[in-house]
Design a protein around this ligand. Sequence first.
Ligand SMILES: Nc1nc2c(ncn2[C@@H]2O[C@H](COP(=O)(O)OP(=O)(O)OP(=O)(O)O)[C@@H](O)[C@H]2O)c(=O)[nH]1
Ligand SMILES: [Mg+2]
Length: 379
Amino acid sequence: MKVGIIGRTNVGKSTFFKSLTLEDVQIEDRPFTTIEPNKGIAYVTVKCPEKEFNTKCTPHNSPCVNGVRFVPLEMIDVAGLIEGANEGKGLGNKFLSDAMEADGLIQVIDISGKTDGAGNPAINYDPKKDVEMVRNELRLWIKSIILRVKLHGVEDISEAVYKALSGLKFKFPTIKEVVKNLNIKSIDEHSAELISDYVLNKDKPMVIAANKMDAAENLKDRLEDLKAHFKYPIVPCSAAAELTLKEANKHGFIDYYQDSIKIKKDLNKEQIKALDIINQIIKKHGNTGIQQALNELVLNVMKNKVVFTVEDEKKLSDSRGRILPDAYIVEQNSTPHDVAELVHSDVAKNYKGAIDCRTGLKIKNDEPVKNEQVLKIIV
Ligand SMILES: Nc1nc2c(ncn2[C@@H]2O[C@H](COP(=O)(O)OP(=O)(O)OP(=O)(O)O)[C@@H](O)[C@H]2O)c(=O)[nH]1
Ligand SMILES: [Mg+2]
């Protein structure tokens, strides 16, 4: 599972990325700070089943804090876009192929309107323009790749398009579906655009992270306006607040957990002031919105599931005695065998079935796994 962070330049993409991965990346108040993609591990959060099973987990691949499991996924932050990227403006659009390694996208925007379409300071800039621009640049870029398809007589259109888009993680069934449903018989400007739109909609689900909410005046109106125009879920957030809290937590100044902040060390006046501002944001909105944006994409929009795997269905342990050691994010229709593939190729090879540890019953091989299911894979 991989999530890509995209958006116009200087909206806070790298700050968003860093607040979730704590990777040491460059953040600056100017356009085009990021050039090479940043990669790291972020986590979705789900309830740990330890309490329900009346046990205490000893996590291996997914840390547990106060009964909340942090389930890992890959995250990639790419360079920023500006209008005309398809004509080479700014850093162009070639880096978008890095973002397309992702199964889902978070588009970061600057809801404060204090930077313009080129990433420079502004007053009251309308972030709707950025959402449309990013969409348009993505569509034009995919379209240009599809337009390079040369059909040699009998060749299947779906296969030719799929080959041209290889590496961008679009699914073959999606391409077959659009070619069939829209009755596409040749590749031209119009059909390439239709295919581009369709595959982006279907295979790159997206949420909008309305960042810099701390700096926004009339935040409520601005959010309403966006919601009225776009079908994507829109999550108000402050990556700068989240990053400050995570770093203060890491260095032992505070205990930061979900929406609670506890001061641990003597802080100076400046630090107290900064924390006060952040505290007000959290009180007003409930949270910084960063983890919420990621969870919204991975669990609600993409409808992925989290499953826990164990080797002993009674003790809920692995061979080393660790309790509820591992959790995995799997696609909506995954079967127990698909989960086995994620655990290890040998486990998949020797797969003989799976048991639902809640019921103790065997699961049918073609039955999709359930969210937060605890599975014993029989090998
Ligand atoms: N007020 C406020 N500023 C923020 C927030 N998030 C990021 N910033 C600031 O916005 C500026 C740009 O941040 P980056 O994370 O480098 O932005 P980016 O989108 O990665 O930029 P490029 O890589 O250049 O496209 C920096 O000055 C950040 O400190 C936020 O939530 N609130
Ligand atoms: Mg950046």
